[in-house]
Design a protein around this ligand. Sequence first.
Ligand code: NAP
Length: 516
Amino acid sequence: MSTETLPSYLEGAWRRGAGAGTPVADAVTGATVTHVSSEGLDLAAAVAYARGTGLAALGELTFHQRAEALKAAALALRERRQELYDLSARAGATRSDAQVDVDGGIGTALVYVSLARNGLPDHTLIAEDDPVPLGKGGTFAGRHVLTTPRGVSLQINAFNFPVWGMLEKLAPALLAGLPTIVKPATPTAYIAAHAVRVIADALPPGAVQLVSGSIPGLFDLLGGQDHIGFTGSAATAARLRADPAMTRRSARFNAEADSLNCSVLGPDAVPGQLEFDLFADALVTEMTVKAGQKCTAIRRAFVPAVLLDAVSEAVEARLARVVVGAPGAAGVTMGALAGLAQREDVRAAVARLASAGAIVYGDPHKVEVVGADGERGAFLSPLLLRVDDAARPEPHEVEAFGPVSTLMPYHGVADLLDLVARGEGSLAGSVVSRDGDFVREVVLGAAAHHGRILVLDRDSAGESTGHGTPMPQLVHGGPGRAGGGEEEGGLRAVHAHLRRTAVQGGPAVLDAITAG
Ligand code: NAP
């Protein structure tokens, strides 16, 4: 890849921003990969192109025909996924990390293809319900229809999933007939841009555009017909949510923000029980996949107080087998963080967490690295913390977006539910136990704080998709701190991009409208 400025894909052509741009470094070697700049690009023209060309092209297609286009895009990506793996390695991702992003994204798009074929009409609108009679004589009724807004879908993504993050938002928007403008995060924009290069020709003109770099003034052009899907930190979400595009013009805004996800070990899962090992394995997986840079990773691990030492030992033993190093180097099981700035953020967060307890595994400033220079590359040891006083605020407030998790004790279900709630809303939680009463009490007590809860035991472990993996069929999102949004969830995401209108009239008129 050349180190010149990364182009943006606007109005059907690749265009470079002006100026030096923001340099993006290789996470492993520190070498410059590219520069990112949107300076001087005509974003207003991009929005107009989406609303004109994109909306018209998609509007000519039925849900099923849009699904065909989405399938073609997903298959084009599958064909060239090696190129995306290679680029992902520059962002510190091992092959299996890259597969989570790339294959996960392709798989998500293909699930949407199937959902659309089987669950949506071969039409451009959805009649949501049967006519509801509104008069005694049967001459007047009402019906809800879902139609495509006259707007665009702007997606703003986090750096950790440049491909999956784009596709899980693009798929429902495309099916809904909304043209998309992608704004990837700067550190991994070159991966997202490559994915757009691969899919652009498979999609109708204007269906996808991409801005490499910042988007000054873009929100000023958005309003009630537009959808903004944001993934990133709670701080950025809060800033964007306050924009007049939302507060005055009622653009739809969906946020997926950071989250202090928990995993709970049941009192029945003592050493020797399979659930004890499942808990320790899952924790280490969540700490090390993508070097812990996953919004759904387990940050808070709650265990019965009497099991704290045993769990700590079991997790430490597993972490000792993790090999940190360059993606692709022999034996490496965990890659680098996305960049040196991210490593500094994680170190600062770990220092705050450690003030509440102790680091029981790993050193934030020292790690043995295979196949790369540990200082030039953004490598970090996995770090396990232990906070014996679980009432301390830090583990429930500080997100270390890296290979970091904190063990805490709980004393009974009421105490546990109180601690879980202190995360103030999470994307995903796990309960690892075979005790049905305990599981039920915890799930019902914690559900309101979670977008998704996984129950893990020996019977389901073989097929379980794991704590950290959002499934396109299921809701991804979480209340409160996690952003208050909802993505995926099967066709719910398509419906969320459409506009619901109650149409009233005579039954024959309603029939004629919904028949198309
Ligand atoms: P971030 O700094 O909040 O950035 C997220 C995105 O917002 C980036 O594309 C960023 O662009 C953009 N952005 C920042 N300021 C903006 C503004 N004023 N106007 C428009 N766009 C703006 O987050 P990050 O560091 O990339 O990602 C890490 C965080 O995301 C973590 O806290 C993690 O928990 C969270 N996350 C959540 C999920 C989820 O599904 N809930 C998934 C992944 C990550 P630039 O990069 O160009 O600044």
